[in-house]
Ligand binder design. Structure first.
Ligand code: NOJ
Ligand code: CA
Length: 542
């Protein structure tokens, strides 16, 4: 049977504003991005996920939208988008976009109409209350920055609900008119060539706990409706959830394989950082054991860092403190009491061995990997910028002016590129790494190519292997009678162990093409350097 494309693809997330400026006005745009498609195809990316590029006052980096049906004029026109999307397809890449319909900006014409007239059909697009609910201080997503979820609107003479900033009013999806809007929005972008959506803040979109809407209808059934709609319009459309789920919540989101297709694996992500901090693989193993199996056509998204803080809110307090100590010891590196606002390379001390290890885990653990722009060259962060902006600096293309991101005068850029120090663009940039065969960029390009030669990792069945060593994570993935193994040493010392493989098989090193020596009992002696890893294909002997 045909396999769904998204179960074995490599995704790459980027923000058009900070990727490449094509017209020299200091802001990244679709023309600039289109010119970089060869780069992305060359890196072996299958699908580009674009962060919001719609008109927006940009008070939450574009996650505060004022028009879902067009492109922010600073980033280009609809025509530029269509040209980009067509060229991406010509280069063999799909495009997914953010679907941010949990909330709109309060500048959106819908909210403006809703607040100015209680009789307006738009009033019921949002969630209102005449009284301030007693628990208004609870449930805010940005503690310490936003201290209430209900804000008084003088014009409306009522409180409106918002999980995020007070400029992001929650939409009411129990209103059929809002659902129709979402159908039109997804319909437009599917027609313009996208293959799917990353659904922003999915749990909040469908849950109204503590609001006057609580208990109205079966919120989860909406996911089936949305799935049906997108799939009718585009057979291979894919819904990818941003949902930081507890294991027990997972079944409700995947349903019987008839709700979302994929979901970011926040549970494993947080335990992966705990494992890296402890130099012990046990938290990863345990995290997977806690997760329920998901339907066969569904998939997890593996990621290391996103455009937000590294959210560690699901860990126990003592575990959170361990990760803080290892990767974000200074208070300036922490955010919302639960997260770290640093990029991967600085967190891992720019240690190439650990950077490869983290990427190798993302590529081989069961799921579809999602890379973030800049991580392929080991970009750093700028902690002098506020909140999550620290990890959103422009892509570093070269050692030229503005790191090759833009030809504008430096003071016209919306965010400054990192110019100095270990991670400054004179040192860390695409051009230099392309010239160096040993660079992280060239390593990753090769690793992605090899990953595609091993569809077992994306599509196969995963089994954990006990090696008797806590610092070693070993697993095998089986698909239609073929098998690959991955072994990772999270420890800072060499790890020697036996890998049970079974007789009459030889192991071939996928990344280095070494042959491994079999023992008489059908096991293999593996000797991993500190933070070492191997991908091994099992082939018949003889
Ligand atoms: C999740 C996004 O990843 C984050 O950047 C944003 O602030 C919130 N959703 C609100 O849209
Ligand atoms: Ca521009």
């Amino acid at each position: 049977m045909a396999e769904p494309w998204y179960k074995n693809a490599v995704l790459y997330c980027l923000d058009v504003k900070t990727f490449a400026d094509g017209n020299g006005d200091g802001i990244g745009d679709f023309i600039g991005l289109a010119a970089k498609l060869d780069y992305l195809a060359g890196l072996n990316v299958d699908c580009i996920w674009l962060q919001p590029f719609f008109p927006s006052p940009m008070r939450d980096n574009g996650y505060d939208i004022t028009d879902y049906y067009s492109v922010d004029p600073r980033l280009g026109t609809l025509g530029d988008f269509v040209e980009f999307s067509r060229r991406a397809q010509e280069n063999g890449m799909r495009v997914m976009i953010d679907l941010v319909v949990n909330h709109t900006s309060i500048d959106h014409p819908w909210f403006q109409a809703a607040r100015s007239d209680a009789q307006s059909p738009y009033r019921d697009y949002y969630v209102w209350s005449d009284e301030k609910p007693a628990d208004a201080a609870e449930g805010t997503v940005f503690p310490g920055v936003q201290d209430t979820t209900w804000t008084w609107d003088r014009e409306a003479k009522a409180y409106y609900f918002h999980r995020f900033y007070d400029h992001q009013a929650e939409l009411n999806i129990t209103n059929p008119a809002v659902r129709r809007e979402i159908e039109r929005i997804t319909g437009l972008w599917l027609q313009l060539g996208v293959t799917g959506f990353r659904i922003d803040a999915l749990p909040f979109l469908i849950e109204f706990k503590g609001t006057p809407l609580e208990g109205q209808g079966d919120a989860h059934a909406y996911l089936r409706e949305l799935r049906h709609h997108v799939q009718q319009l585009c057979g291979d459309a894919c819904l990818m959830a941003e949902a930081n789920l507890l294991p027990e919540e997972v079944p409700d989101y995947f349903g019987d394989g008839d709700k979302i297709h994929m979901s970011f694996n926040f549970w494993v992500n947080q335990h992966l950082f705990l494992a890296l901090a402890r130099k012990d693989a046990t938290p990863i193993r345990r995290a997977y054991e806690q997760l329920p199996p998901i339907p066969v056509w569904c998939q997890w998204n593996n990621f290391i860092r996103s455009h937000d803080e590294l959210d560690l809110g699901r860990l126990k307090k003592s575990e959170l403190e361990e990760v803080f100590r290892a990767f974000g010891p200074d208070e300036s590196m922490q955010l919302y009491g639960r997260g770290i606002r640093r990029r991967l390379a600085p967190m891992l001390g720019n240690d190439r061995r650990r950077l490869e290890l983290a990427h190798s885990l993302m590529l081989t653990l069961p799921g579809t990997p999602v890379l973030r722009y800049g991580d392929e060259i080991g970009m750093g962060d700028d902690l002098s910028l506020p909140d999550r902006e620290s990890v959103r600096t422009p892509m570093q293309w070269s050692d030229g002016a503005n790191g090759g991101f833009s030809s504008a005068a430096a003071d016209r850029l919306s965010l400054p590129p990192i110019a100095e120090g270990e991670y400054g663009y004179p040192t860390v940039n695409v051009e230099a790494q392309r010239r160096d065969p040993q660079s992280l960029l060239n390593w990753l390009e090769r690793a992605l190519r090899r990953r595609k030669e091993c569809p077992e990792f994306g599509l196969g069945e995963c089994t954990w292997i006990d090696t008797g060593r806590a610092e070693v994570l070993a697993h095998r993935c089986d698909l239609d009678g073929s098998t690959v193994y991955a072994v990772h040493n999270l420890g800072a010392r060499r790890a020697k162990f036996m890998l049970p493989v079974g007789g009459s098989r030889t192991l071939q090193d996928v990344l280095a093409f070494h042959h491994c020596e079999a023992q008489e009992d059908g096991s293999y002696r593996i000797d991993l350097e500190p933070y070492g890893y191997r991908w091994l294909r099992s082939v018949a002997t003889g």
